[in-house]
Design a protein around this ligand. Structure first.
Ligand code: SF4
Length: 751
């Protein structure tokens, strides 16, 4: 069996040495890199060949790649690298790596054309000045062959180990049995759907109720499908840390099966959570874990892979044992792991690492998206950029002289944007070119400044820089999927404004990410209606939707609609008394633990105040604004099998989904809201855009997201097949057929 590796991947493995050094940044963006390559190759004479595909074998290794350019008249092979700033500052290990790449291509080219020798050139193209610096060397074919074989030889032992690992894990996966004695009701249906979707190479949306074991019910079939579908990796993506924890637990159970499964599992942690020296910068002169990082990486990598299960703590231990940065070690291990567990952003964000590696290495991947109802909101945030004009004023005061001119120009262009705006909020059909040009100039100037002054640390400048980059990137792809809006700042003396490129429909951004995977499974207890999620997220046409049968029986949950009450804003005052009385009646009839959900803290407060006055004998707990994690834990800890009381909470908040209070820990919920997003100018614009795109503005903006939250909150009550409980849906609109249709089929709703 052959092991195929790209030149880039191989050289990064064998020729990277020295310190981790992120100072020679900011590097050019991908678009700037592509444009820079195009400029260089356009300058070359006729007959110049670009993107030359090359491939060669060494024992059972196949090495392939594309050389940037070859000039046959000069017999010169070129590797083009775009950069910013002072080339002299480029760390030696970067240059070393570039030579390694071009020498590898050099031999493959000599071999292809039967040449005796070849000129090799590193062409450094300065994005700012558009000037080229060429460093050239001539090598004999014999020397290049020797270099090629040396590098391959160093990689071969690793490749052999990788092949052996793949064979062993494939064998173990083929023999793998479900880790529990039997499937729970609904779990087999879910598992079969995941397996089939992977086998046929399509995406799957699975609405599956809580309690059927979705984590193992999706991971197990996808792993079983790996050998047959020749999947390279499985990505398990979660919206929250708790979701990652459940996946790691399930994988730990699966790894323990008989015979033991040699599966490499990696948890990806955000940089700020993994960093050991938050007060230092990521280069060898500042951080001890960056110094000599690449020299110690091979041992750390091998130790981690022997360990197999790389959760946060295990990763930290291995990293510190080998004195390398845990965060950057985890980035490296993503290449060699079988299952990677991480946040959504690692695959769906603008510069998502897992998506980037998948396309660069042409991996076949299976992706699982846990609690996928969160993906719309999370993706919107990923593709939204906001800028505050007040930041510019701060920067102008403290910025180095080199930046003042372009910041002033940007500020003038900014003022021109909202000069005629009288209303507080307005949406504009386009982002004026004059503004984006001024923005790009600021970015270019800051980039050059940072490249030339790598030790100058100004966190405000850096933050603005990254915000501006994101804004500028999104401005390039601005279209009907997003709004460009300006909000005048009421509190500003200077009539400043906030600019926002606000993503509404993430589909165009996510579509390529779904396409890049063999299969993506989105699962959640609330994914209805399908078309809302498929349209907004951009799932492929052939996506399969499965409604997994609920293991719960209608008699477990009494769902009662209180149609005499309206929770609309204008009826709030009249609703307080009936809601408080209803809660007390239910509590007196069946004392126990309840949660009551409201649309806002304001509403919550009003009902709570009245409730405490009228029913002081009933214990009431209250969710407060901006609760810290420990406070949230304390709130939930009050719900014990023997406690009794009512927790007042806000719908859409941390207690309305993702919490597990089985049995007597929660026997009922009162939901005094339809969950509709607030009526405001932004949401009205979203409605308009959704209406234009899908012909259902109100439903896509208000109704579907609202009811999804209601069903999530109600889902806290029944967690197991033994649970019994009651849910009150308090609002006359819960009686409407278009709302009823969105409630789970297994509920028996009484009016
Ligand atoms: S430990 Fe922190 S400062 Fe050091 S390299 Fe890692 S992320 Fe950077």
């Amino acid at each position: 069996m052959k092991y195929t590796v790209a030149v880039r991947e191989l050289t990064e493995f064998t020729a990277k040495q020295g310190d981790l050094d992120l100072r020679f940044t900011p590097s050019p963006s991908a678009q700037e890199g592509i444009a820079g390559h195009a400029v260089v190759t356009a300058r070359r004479a006729a007959g110049y060949q670009t993107e030359v595909s090359l491939s060669g074998d060494y024992r059972h290794l196949t090495v392939r790649g594309r050389a940037d350019g070859y000039d046959p008249t000069r017999n010169r092979l070129e590797e083009i690298k775009t950069f910013r700033g002072d080339l002299e500052r480029m760390p030696a290990n970067h240059r070393h790596l570039h030579w390694a790449q071009v020498k590898m291509y050099g031999w493959l080219m000599c071999d292809k054309l039967g040449l005796e020798e070849m000129r090799l050139a590193l062409v450094y193209f300065d994005i700012a000045s558009q000037k080229e610096t060429v460093i050239e060397e001539t090598h004999s074919a014999t020397a290049l062959k020797q270099y090629f074989e040396e590098q391959c030889g160093r990689f071969l032992a690793w490749a052999e180990q990788e092949l052996a690992h793949r064979n062993a894990s494939n064998q173990a996966l083929t023999a793998l049995r479900f880790p529990h004695a039997s499937f729970r009701p609904g779990q087999r249906q879910l598992a079969e759907a995941v397996y089939r979707a992977t086998a046929t190479g399509c995406c799957l949306m699975a609405e599956a109720p809580t309690g059927i074991g979705k984590t193992i019910g999706t991971l197990f079939p996808l792993l079983k499908a790996c050998p047959g579908q020749e999947l390279d990796k499985v990505f398990y993506l979660a919206a929250k840390t708790s979701g990652r924890g459940l996946a790691l637990d399930a994988l730990s159970l699966i790894r323990k099966s008989e015979p033991a499964l040699p599966l490499r599992v990696l948890e990806l942690i955000a940089r700020d959570k993994a960093c050991e020296y938050p007060d230092k910068a990521c280069h060898g002169e500042s951080c001890p874990l960056a110094k000599g990082f690449y020299d110690r990486l091979p041992q750390a990598r091998s130790a981690a892979l022997v360990h197999g299960a790389m959760g946060k703590e295990a990763l930290r231990t291995v990293a510190l044992e080998h004195q390398v940065c845990p965060y950057y070690l985890s980035q490296e291990l993503a290449r060699w792991s079988d299952v990677v567990v991480g946040d959504y952003n690692y695959y769906f964000d603008t510069s998502a690492m897992l998506y980037g590696l998948t396309t660069a290495n042409q991996w076949r991947v299976g992706v699982l998206v846990d609690e996928a109802h969160n993906l719309i909101d999370r993706s919107r945030k990923m593709y939204t950029a906001e800028l505050d004009q007040t930041e510019i004023h701060f920067l102008r005061q403290s910025a180095p002289a080199a930046l003042k001119k372009s910041l002033d120009r940007l500020n003038r262009a900014w003022n021109a944007l909202h000069r005629d705006q009288e209303e507080a909020y307005r949406v504009y059909p386009e982002i004026p070119l004059k503004f984006t040009t001024a923005m790009q100039q600021v970015i270019a100037d800051i980039t050059d400044f940072m490249a030339e002054n790598p030790t100058h640390v100004d966190s405000k400048l850096q933050r603005f820089y990254f915000d501006a980059l994101q804004f500028s990137r999104l401005a390039e792809t601005f279209d009907m999927h997003s709004l460009f809006d300006i909000t005048l700042k009421a509190d500003s003396r200077r009539a400043d404004s906030m600019l926002c490129i606000r993503n509404i429909i993430p589909a165009p951004f996510l579509g390529p990410r779904f396409e890049a995977a063999r299969s993506v499974t989105l699962f959640s207890a609330t994914l209805s209606p399908w078309h809302f999620y498929c349209d907004t997220l951009g799932l492929p046409e052939n996506t399969v939707c499965v409604d997994v049968e609920s293991p719960f029986r209608a008699e477990q949950l009494s769902v009662r609609v209180i149609g005499k009450v309206s929770t609309r804003y204008q009826h709030r005052e009249e609703s307080l008394s009936p809601i408080a009385d209803l809660m007390a009646r239910q509590y007196e009839a069946k004392p126990g633990n309840y949660l009551a959900f409201f649309s806002s803290f304001d509403y919550l407060q009003k009902v709570l105040e009245l409730f405490k006055v009228r029913y002081p004998q009933i214990t009431a707990w209250e969710q407060s604004r901006r609760m810290e994690e420990t406070e949230r834990e304390q709130f939930l800890a009050r719900f014990t099998p023997v406690s009794q009381g009512i927790g007042f909470a806000v719908l859409g908040g941390p207690f309305a989904e993702g919490i597990d209070l089985p049995g007597e820990r929660l026997v009922g919920a009162f939901i005094a809201t339809l969950g509709l997003p607030q009526l405001n100018p932004v949401n009205e614009q979203i409605k308009e855009r959704m209406g234009a795109a899908f012909g259902a503005g109100y439903d896509y903006t208000y109704l579907f997201p609202g009811i999804q939250k209601v069903v999530q909150a109600a889902g806290r009550v029944i967690r197991t097949q033994q649970d019994r409980g009651v849910v009150y849906l308090i609002d006359d609109r819960f009686g409407r057929p278009n709302v009823r249709r969105l409630l789970p089929a297994w509920w028996k709703v009484e009016s």
